[in-house]
Design a protein around this ligand. Structure first.
Ligand code: KG4
Ligand code: ZN
Length: 336
């Protein structure tokens, strides 16, 4: 059989990324130009700045991805690109780039759902992992518990009713002055803290037992901070970070493992920026071990936004015959 090479592009938020992926799971290059330092100045991602940075960087990033792979555009079988969900101006840059390249080089174009990309990150380092399995996707914009029925085929079991998990990390970090992005900073601070120091609520939601809610927890943390400030008490950042983090992780782990048991899955994967969290990895790992479930997670570089995962997802879409038309557009609220 012929090898299949995909050039993939990702620009849905604040990383301009391109990658070359061979046969879906072999990463020949994975170039990421991060804008985090720029957005840190504003305490979060500023959409217009993100779009402008993408347009400035995109050609260099694509060129670097081809160079690093030691390949030319002509060698590619298809161009894959994230077309949603995400920031519309940011997505448009990647989509326009991919369309221009595909048109000029006479290559097929494949549109990729960003969340499908995050899920697919698990295929890169786990050659044995194949659907069906259960996947928890936790990032700055998304919190989804899904059954991966097949490549590109998902059933959503639960989702957040309000804040995404990563968003909660970012907001709590900002409130205690840890800065942006908050997830890694909370993770680090929590290592020095006691997760039982402060009793924060484990959110329950009405209706679907697999849905999530983090706004109540976020309010509880903010109330705790306000109360301490009012009483002139010092806020123990490490204890607060550890207690908040364990409240988030408890809910993520229990929902996921409960669902695996109910639906009879013996494989659980996690994905998205928050999948880098050390407490989540540890907690989910222990719970899976106890339940006799295999646990998969990507390396941190494949957890945050990257184009390698988009190339992997694009490969499976491509071999299943998916092709985007020249009218492909950015879809900011694209459904899974
Ligand atoms: O997947 P991602 O890079 O972008 C989105 O698609 O949203 O996720 C970014 C999110 C941010 O909210 C960031 O704070 C969070 O992932 N994050 C973490 C950790 N590393 C990144 N949250 C908790 N612990 C971490 N170690
Ligand atoms: Zn993402």
């Amino acid at each position: 059989e012929e090898d299949v090479y995909i050039l993939a592009i990702e620009s849905s938020c604040d990383e301009t990324a391109a990658a070359v992926v061979k046969n879906g799971r072999e990463i020949l290059s994975n170039v990421i130009s991060s804008q985090i330092a720029l957005h840190t100045l504003y305490g979060g991602v500023v959409p217009e700045i993100a779009s402008r940075k993408h347009i400035e960087k995109i050609n260099q990033v694509v060129e670097a991805a081809l160079l690093e792979a030691g390949m030319y555009l002509e060698d590619m079988d298809a161009i894959g690109v994230t077309y949603g969900p995400g920031l519309v101006g940011a997505l448009l840059v990647g989509v326009a780039e991919a369309k221009a390249i595909a048109y000029a080089a006479g290559k097929p174009l494949v549109g990729v759902h960003h969340i499908e990309g995050h899920v697919s990150a698990n295929f890169i380092e786990h050659p044995d992992l194949e659907p069906p399995f259960l996947c928890l996707i936790v990032s700055g914009g998304h919190t989804h518990l899904v059954i991966v029925k097949d490549y590109g085929e998902f059933e959503i079991l639960g989702r957040t009713r309000d804040d995404a998990a990563g968003e909660a990390f970012d907001k709590v970090a900002r409130a205690v002055g840890l800065g942006y992005p908050g997830g890694p900073k909370i993770d680090l601070a929590a290592k020095e803290g006691n997760p039982h120091a402060i009793k924060f609520p484990r959110a329950k939601v009405e209706g679907n037992i697999y849905d999530f809610s983090f706004s109540g927890l976020k309010s509880a943390v903010l109330n705790h901070i306000n109360h301490a400030n009012m009483m002139g008490e010092e806020i123990g950042v490490a204890d607060l970070a550890a207690s908040f983090q364990s409240a988030v992780v408890d809910v993520l782990v229990s929902h996921t493992v409960d669902a695996a048991k109910e639906y009879g899955f013996k494989k659980i994967a996690i994905a998205g920026g928050v999948a880098s969290n050390s407490a989540l990895r540890k907690g989910m790992g222990l719970a899976c071990e106890k339940a006799g479930i295999a646990f998969y997670y990507p390396s941190p570089i494949y957890c945050t936004d990257n184009a390698a995962m988009i190339g992997t997802a694009a490969y499976y879409e491509y071999i299943n015959g998916a092709r985007a038309g020249w009218d492909l557009n950015a879809v900011p609220n694209l459904k899974l």
